[in-house]
Design a protein around this ligand. Sequence first.
Ligand code: TA6
Length: 286
Amino acid sequence: MSEELGWVQIHGERADGILCEQGAHVTDWTPEDEGPVLFLSERSHLAPGLPIRGGIPVIFPWFGEAPLPLGGEGLPAHGFARRKAWEVLSVEEGADAVRVALRLTDDEDTRAAWPHAFELRLEATFGRALDVALEVTNRDERPFRCDVALHTYLAVGDVREIQVHGLEGARYFDKVAGEERTQDGSPITFGAEVDRVYAANESEVVVDDPSFGRSITVAKTGSRSTIVWNPWVDKARRLDDLDDEEWLSMVCVETANVLGDALELAPGASHRMALRLTVGPERSAQ
Ligand code: TA6
């Protein structure tokens, strides 16, 4: 791990984990009797100010490119929260889990990019399940609108073999095709780049992974957007922090409130969004 960044290492009774103070970024969750559940690129940057490729990036206050009114030079895609050093508030070791709490508030850099006072609090609980909760509070005198996402990278044996269940029949914006679509009654399978934003959707998603002989369930609260992404061959080649073959070993299932489901917070208001990851037996074998 990079010495330049702060890290919290977890060795609990029921799980091990790693969290980087930059971005309050969970980079590893390995429950007992399981392999790592999160994907982390072998070529990820691990340096101050640079986003980590893998784990659970915290996306705030915009998803994707900076909105036009802000879009000055050099505003980073997916906002600044994942690039900032967060403050560790506590590390609590319980019988079955270890909970880490962190906070990020506005400063002159963030206000220069996005002119609002805010507070983010993240709590990650590493046990037989992984719980990550993100609370956004408007500390400003004016209302603000923001995107928020937990951009989860899941480790899979071979993305070409997985099925993603739970979004059947749902409407989504297809970022590859550039149009709105409706999913048919089948689970998502992967034979090319997939980049979909499902709107007004609170469904639980199950990633069935025959290669690893397991399924990963992504349950959520306080989230109306789900994003599913795999870069496939060409886009992976364009990413300098992803090995050319690593696209095979990952799928993103992201817990979010973005686009039409972005948060609108009045002064003093808060919103809490949370995910729970659990690992079970492969579904297709049942
Ligand atoms: O969530 C999917 C996505 O928006 C993709 O379009 C791709 O850009 C991905 O996020 C990764 O973004 P990043 O800024 O981390 O390279």
